[in-house]
Design a protein around this ligand. Structure first.
Ligand SMILES: *Cc1c(COP(=O)(O)O)cnc(C)c1O
Length: 236
């Protein structure tokens, strides 16, 4: 983010952070100061879809900013462009958070740190179990950010991914590919400027990633079952 902020400053750009999978993560700047994900650029966005780290019971989301002018504009856009009731200053959308979802989030927000700790504990179990297996590359860790593990995604080296996914499925363990198609290969974003091969890192990852179950209720018995099942297949 240090580099991105610099680039944005030099080119007079705004930074909109997609913090949908990183809410609660903390970034440490080069100068040692810290900021939470979603509160670093000009606008941060997060999703409260039920499976997210802070999920409501349906659809919902939030946008963050420290800029009062932007805040007023975003509030108006989210409410049909109204500033004064029934007076539309701009063209907006209906993007209000339902009261029922807000009530759920009001309670759950107080527990976000516990939820993150539970995910980090599950990730630590996985990391430890897979540490000596060179066919499984565990998620990147760094000293400039904490990881809140919305997903726990392995990179597989020389492992039949479909075979592993199928094997786990038979054992009642859901393992998913996030995501199977990168942006530049999505039909919606087809553009003569971008073709297959232009983003080799994304394309390589799309073929080797597999995400294991990750949520706040994984107990040790489940984690032991999942990790031993993965290792059984990989070492067979
Ligand atoms: C979930 C998610 C979204 C979309 O959130 P919605 O609530 O469906 O709008 C966007 N970006 C990332 C990274 C996500 O994980």
């Amino acid at each position: 983010m240090d580099a991105l902020l610099q680039l944005a400053k030099e080119n007079n750009l705004y930074i909109v952070e997609d913090a949908c999978q990183s809410i609660g993560a903390e970034y440490t700047f080069a100068d040692g100061s810290k900021a939470k994900s979603g509160c670093i650029g000009n606008i941060g966005c997060t999703s409260f879809f039920p499976s997210k780290n802070l999920g409501c019971y349906g659809d919902g989301g939030a946008i963050f900013t420290n800029d009062d002018e932007l805040a007023a504009k975003m509030r108006a856009i989210a409410n049909h462009g109204m500033v004064v009731r029934y007076h539309h200053d701009m063209i907006g959308v209906n993007s209000r958070l339902d009261s029922i979802q807000a009530a759920v989030l009001d309670v759950k927000l107080r527990h976000l740190d516990e939820y993150i700790a539970a995910r980090q504990a599950a990730a630590a179990y996985y990391n430890n179990a897979f540490a000596s297996c060179d066919k499984l590359i565990t998620p990147v860790t760094s000293d400039f950010t904490t990881h809140v593990f919305h997903q726990y995604t392995l990179k597989l080296v020389g492992v039949d991914r479909n075979g592993l996914q199928e094997y786990l499925k038979e054992k009642g363990i859901p393992a998913m590919i996030y995501y199977p198609v990168p942006l530049h290969l999505q039909k919606a974003y087809q553009d003569p400027r971008y073709k297959k091969g232009d983003f080799p890192v994304a394309e390589k990852l799309m073929d080797c990633v597999l995400s294991l179950p990750m949520h706040t209720e994984l107990d040790e018995e489940q984690l032991a079952y999942i990790t031993s099942s993965v290792l059984e297949f990989v070492n067979k």
